[in-house]
Every structure is written in structure tokens, then in C-alpha cells.
Design a protein around this ligand. Structure first.
Ligand code: HXC
Length: 519
């Protein structure tokens, strides 16, 4: 059937206009992007989403003008937005186009993003942001600041409503960092991405410090030092693959559970290797990673922030096909003590699990909070309190397993029964006390030891006495603080059965507008 000439012309115009937008900043700028080892904004979307699933919206948006924007072209307004699917699940995505005015954020660019954020919230789907932007569009002045406001407002409003994931795939300067910072997860590409509030030039003029982009805010800095980012990868493809992987552990929204994943790993599998990993000698550190690998389906542990605050491990895994979040002390780093960074890392992870209905398994082997003037002066009280708060607040099923030591304040911070654990297990190797036997004996029996003819003999005797009395799991079990002391080899089976038992858990809390968690 032949259409009228008029219709054909209208269609041709639409296609021609679409082609202009799809060309972004043009072939030369796209080549520059590729030469830098990066994908273009559209290639990123195609790599991220299931093939052919992208449904673009707001293609024909144009910039909002302003005196300095006269004659300036901004195809697609510098950002590509729409929906698509990942592993068959619907998501919304925006991809900033650095080839168009450096991916800078103008008012209408922001409105495009805000529009899909609203759709994601209304339809209960994750939002994924592919960031590559020079920040506020300088030519648009206050309009571009307002644009950021629209996005930040939604980041905060939809926090805990639908998962929000940010990939940093190029520069992220000025305001461009705060939207990712308000989302649940930040993934960075090593060598080609950086995040900072003020760049090297400004820093040099103000503080005279000289620093490169990478030294200031590269992937390594934010994954190892600042704790701003959660994961780092080599190259865009690996980051996008990381997002697809991460999504497997998250639900579509706060009303749903994360998807189950059938496993060939038997729920009844005995974990006898644990007997070789964890020895009763409390001075011999062991790899908590190995404990986790032994317990979870297929040994697969998707660690979050693996390079920062390594004295605590946080991450996702499956147990009997269901997603769990794991928080575990790491005796191999700083003897697993809790410090400021570890508290921040764990608190954030616990809250992430709680808002997305992910049950929490806590593995405890901790001597306490890290002592030191620097920690006290930097506010370990405030930071440690975040962890206490997060556990108490979390209403998802919570199982605590004490593998070896659980002492003092850290006993509480690692989700003791009183802090809201639904079930507390311990291995026969466990010891629950206010502090280790040596420290305790020195304090409690100081006078006796000092007055003794042979102080060392009395000290040793008192340490042994204290160990007998407290340094074991039976005192805490006798008082009901531990619900069961379990065979190490039967741990996987029990954890799966216990999470199943807790599946229907519901908790009523007193009315409040929202809590006032320590920050
Ligand atoms: C408009 C911008 C821009 C901006 C860069 N461009 N930054 N256009 N607004 N903020 C344009 C450039 O003119 C250039 O256009 C193109 O984008 C690519 O920029 P280059 O500098 O050539 O790229 P590169 O060498 O890779 O350097 C990237 C960069 C640098 C490091 C990001 O452009 C830069 O430092 N930009 C300024 C960053 C910044 O200060 N942003 C404002 C932050 S204030 P042509 O036409 O030549 O291709 C802010 C406040 C918000 O964001 C606060 C909210 C809380």
C-alpha cells in the first residue's frame, strides 16, 4: 500500500530528526570517546540491556535555551533515557552523553532523567544511571542547578522504594557526584572514571595541593580510601556486566523479594571443611571468606566494597536458592576489630538489605571496637552507633552465628539477640564475654596479682579461671543469649532451614515519622 506523499515526508522528517539525535555529538567526538577506551552512551545502553529491549523516551527534547546557549546544538539534550529489560526484568535507564556539551546537565536534560525516575517509581522498577558528565551546564546557570535539585529530590524520595544503581563511566564533577552518592550502589570503571566535588585546578588555586584526576577521585581512591564507591571494574563492559550481576540480588522494589535462584547445591550438604578452617586457637586467624564460601550456594559470594574497610565483609549470596546479605568480621584484617570505616560500611549494607527485603546472616568473630585516640576523636561512638541502629531497625529475618570470639560492645554491634537477632547460633569454638580472658583477669584480679609472691603464676591461674567461667559459648547459651550451639558441619543445612522458618516474619514497630539514626 502506498502512502500519501505528505505522510512519507512527515515520516522522513521524523527519521531524519531521530538520526541527528542518535548521532549525538558527532562521529569525531564519539571516536574520541572510543579512543579513551570508553563506549558511547548508546553503546552502553545496548550492552547493559537485553538485546532489542530498549524503549527510548524523550528523544526529541531540546535544550532550554538561555543567552549563552543561542546557536548551540544539544542533540537529545545530552542524555538518553528510557526503559528496557535485564534478564527479562524491567528497568529504567539514563545514559549521559559526554559527546554532547560534555554530558553537562541542563534543565531539560534533568527533566528527562526525572521523568524516567518517576516512571520507575510508579511501576516499581530499578533505576540505573550511566554517568559521564562534566556537571552543571555552566551556560544555563541557575536552571542547571535546579535540574540537579529535581534529580536529587527524586533520588532521596525513591530511596528504599526502588533500587537505584549508578555506574561512573567518565568524569563526574561537581553536582554530578551527588546524584550517584544518593543512590544505593556506585560502580566505577578503573582508569576512565573519576568523581570529585572540586577538581584539581580549583584545589591547586585554593590549597596549593597538586593532584591528578585519578589521584583525586579515581576508581581506586573511591573503592579503597573514601568508601564512596562499592565496586570497581576494568572498562565499561565489565561495569555494565557488574550491574546485571548485582541486580540478581535485588528485588524490583521494596514490596517484593529478590528473585530465587534454583541451585544444584544441596541444602543438606554437610560443611565438614569448616572443621579445618576454624581452629579453637583464638590467636590463629582464618579466612572468613572461606567460611562464607563453604556455607553458601555454589560458594558464590558477591562482595560489596571488597577493597574498603576489609576488617568487615559485606555481600550477597544465595542460601538454598534465596538471596541473603552477609555481614562478617574478617579476623585476617586488624583482627576483625570494628573501626569507623567498618561501622559505616556495615551499617549502610544492613540498611540496604533491610529496605529491599534481604534477610541478613551475621558471622561474628570480633574482639571489640578498635582502641585508639584517633578513632575516638574521629567519632567512633557516632559511627559505631550507626551499626547498632541499623541492626535494631532492620525488620528482615536476621540470624547471627558466632564462629569464635564475640566480646564487649562489638558483641552487641554484631547483632546479638537483644539487638534484634531472631536466632543466634554458636559453634563450639565460640566465646562470649565482656573482653578476652587476659585483659579481664588483669583488670578484675589486679590487686591479687600485684600482691602475689609469684604474680605471673597467679595471673595465669586467673586467666584460666576466667576462661573456664566465661570464654565459651555455654554461659551465654545457658542464659538464653545463644539459642543453639550447633555442629560446624551441619551449619549450611541449619541456616537454610532457619531462614525458611523465619520466612513469614512480621514485626510491628511503634509509630514514628522516621527514626533519627546517628549519621
Ligand atoms: C557546559 C561543558 C562543561 C560544563 C565541559 N563542557 N564542562 N559544557 N558545562 N560544566 C564542554 C566543553 O566545553 C567541551 O565542549 C566538552 O564539554 C568536553 O569538555 P573537555 O573539557 O574538552 O573534555 P575533557 O578534556 O575530557 O575534560 C572533562 C572535564 C572538564 C574534566 C569534565 O570539561 C571540566 O573540568 N569541566 C568543568 C567541570 C565543572 O567544573 N563543572 C561544573 C561543576 S559545578 P566542546 O564543544 O569543546 O566539545 C556543579 C554545581 C552543581 O556541578 C552543584 C549541585 C550540588
Amino acid at each position: 500500500m502506498s502512502h500519501s506523499l505528505e505522510l512519507q515526508e512527515l515520516i522522513a522528517e521524523m527519521e531524519q530528526r531521530r538520526a541527528v539525535v542518535e548521532a549525538g555529538g558527532g562521529a569525531a567526538k564519539q571516536q574520541k570517546q572510543r579512543d579513551a577506551g570508553k563506549l558511547t552512551a548508546r553503546e552502553r545502553i545496548d550492552t547493559l540491556l537485553d538485546e532489542g529491549s530498549f524503549l527510548e523516551l524523550s528523544t526529541f527534547t531540546e535544550h532550554g535555551g538561555g543567552a549563552l546557549m543561542r546557536g548551540v546544538e544539544a542533540p537529545g539534550e545530552g542524555v538518553i533515557t528510557g526503559s528496557g529489560s535485564i534478564g527479562g526484568r524491567q528497568v529504567f535507564v539514563f545514559s549521559q552523553d559526554f559527546t554532547v556539551l560534555g554530558g553537562s546537565l541542563g534543565k531539560r536534560n534533568a527533566q528527562k532523567v526525572a521523568k524516567i525516575m518517576d516512571l520507575a517509581a510508579k511501576t516499581g522498577c530499578p533505576i540505573i544511571g550511566l554517568n559521564d558528565s562534566a556537571g552543571a551546564r555552566i551556560q544555563e546557570g541557575v536552571d542547571s542547578l535546579s535540574g540537579y535539585g529535581e534529580i536529587f529530590y527524586r533520588n532521596a524520595t525513591y530511596s528504599g522504594v526502588v533500587p537505584q544503581i549508578s555506574a561512573i563511566l567518565g568524569p563526574c564533577a561537581g553536582g554530578a557526584v551527588y546524584s550517584p552518592a544518593l543512590t544505593d550502589f556506585i560502580l566505577m570503571s578503573r582508569g576512565s572514571s573519576f568523581m570529585f566535588i572540586t577538581g584539581p585546578e580549583v584545589i591547586k588555586s585554593v590549597t596549593r595541593e597538586e593532584v591528578t584526576f585519578d589521584q583525586l577521585g579515581g576508581a581506586d581512591v573511591h573503592n579503597r580510601k573514601s568508601g564512596v564507591a562499592h565496586l570497581e571494574f576494568d572498562g565499561d563492559e565489565a561495569v555494565l556486566d557488574g550491574i546485571r550481576h548485582l541486580l540478581q540480588y535485588l528485588p524490583q522494589n521494596a514490596r517484593q523479594k529478590p528473585p530465587s535462584r534454583p541451585t544444584s547445591d544441596s541444602s543438606a550438604r554437610q560443611t565438614t571443611e569448616l572443621l579445618d578452617i576454624v581452629t579453637p586457637d583464638q590467636r590463629r586467624p582464618y579466612a572468613m571468606h572461606e567460611v562464607i564460601h563453604s556455607l553458601v550456594d555454589g560458594g558464590e559470594f558477591f562482595e560489596i566494597q571488597p577493597l574498603w574497610a576489609k576488617n568487615i565483609l559485606c555481600g550477597f549470596a544465595h542460601l538454598g536458592g534465596e538471596v541473603v546479605g552477609i555481614v562478617a568480621n574478617n579476623p585476617k584484617v586488624m583482627a576483625g576489630t570494628l573501626n569507623i570505616d567498618a561501622s559505616d560500611k556495615a551499617a549502610r549494607f544492613i540498611r540496604t538489605c533491610d529496605c529491599y527485603n534481604i534477610p541478613i546472616l551475621t558471622l561474628v568473630d570480633v574482639t571489640g571496637f578498635l582502641p585508639g585516640v584517633a578513632q575516638e576523636h574521629a567519632g567512633i561512638i557516632r559511627h559505631g552507633a550507626k551499626m547498632l541502629y541499623a541492626y535494631a531497625e532492620a525488620s528482615v529475618p536476621k540470624i547471627t552465628l558466632i564462629t569464635r570470639k564475640s566480646y564487649g560492645g562489638a558483641y552487641l554491634a554484631m547483632n546479638s539477640r537483644d539487638m534484634g537477632a531472631d536466632v543466634v547460633y554458636a559453634w563450639p569454638t565460640a566465646a562470649v564475654a565482656v573482653m578476652g580472658a587476659e585483659g579481664a583477669a588483669n583488670i578484675v584480679y589486679r590487686r591479687e596479682i600485684q600482691a602475689a609472691e609469684n604474680p605471673e603464676a597467679v595471673r595465669a591461674e586467673k586467666i584460666a579461671e576466667y576462661k573456664e567461667a566465661f570464654d565459651n559459648p555455654y554461659v551465654a547459651a545457658a542464659k538464653g543469649y545463644i539459642d543453639e550451639i550447633i555442629p560446624m558441619e551441619d551449619t549450611r543445612r541449619r541456616l537454610i532451614a532457619t531462614f525458611k522458618m523465619l520466612e513469614g516474619k512480621e514485626e510491628q514497630r511503634p509509630y514514628r515519622k522516621h527514626g533519627n539514626e546517628p549519621l
